[in-house]
Design a protein around this ligand. Sequence first.
Ligand SMILES: Nc1ncnc2c1ncn2[C@@H]1O[C@H](COP(=O)(O)OP(=O)(O)OP(=O)(O)O)[C@@H](O)[C@H]1O
Ligand SMILES: [Mg+2]
Length: 248
Amino acid sequence: MSDLLTCTNITKRFGGLVAIDDVSFSIQKGETLGFIGPNGAGKSTMVNVMSGYLKTDAGKIVLDSVDITTMPPHKRVHQGLARTYQIPRPFPELTALMSVITASLCGKDRKNQSFEDAAGDATHYLEFVGLFSKRNILARDLTFFELRMLELARALATTPKVLFIDEVMAGLNPGEASSAVKMVVKAKEQFDLTIFWIEHVMAVLVEAADRIVAIHYGQKIAEGTPDEVVNNDTVIEAYLGKGWRNYA
Ligand SMILES: Nc1ncnc2c1ncn2[C@@H]1O[C@H](COP(=O)(O)OP(=O)(O)OP(=O)(O)O)[C@@H](O)[C@H]1O
Ligand SMILES: [Mg+2]
């Protein structure tokens, strides 16, 4: 496998708080990289920096040999980067279909794409996530689970190379959470994705991730196979606790 996305010496400060502190890692093409750490460790900040939502204070981000460090978010999308949000961010006044059409028109393969083509693509992604029957419902009237699936459909419609998942399970009941996880795994297979995946439920990443990076107070504390990381003493001390398997 080759590196698809490389973050080198990334630092992000909020005033006096160093949310990301000199963190480096790579995501290889075709892999699922899990990203873990306690609440406030800096996980979402890392996604915000990689996606261009926030500017990094130091370091370099390279996607598929292109330096995207200072690119605005929409150009990063054109380069093949997509994300979901920990708390869904719908366009409340757009229907599910229009939301995904919008994403399709803004995506990586948007050049020369007609509205009709985008509508066809959007329908396909809504079917994929199980929202076809909700296509004419306004986003503000969807359930929380449906909003999560809409986020996924929107991200997929931009035809990304790398998809950042920031806690697909958060706020869902156990049945919905399990469906959401299965949907991410299915999307990876079907659309040949590389995935950067933040989740607090370790059992999910132990199963789905090829490698895991752990952070604590913005610093990388471990990197390795799921087995290596969940047995790492520093990770157990900082985050998992000794009995984590009992609660997974
Ligand atoms: N826009 C911001 N302005 C100021 N501080 C911020 C901002 N975003 C995040 N922080 C702070 O940066 C730190 C890292 O936050 P972040 O949201 O990245 O954590 P996280 O690892 O995603 O946590 P969680 O597991 O709870 O989602 C926290 O102390 C948070 O309060
Ligand atoms: Mg977060």
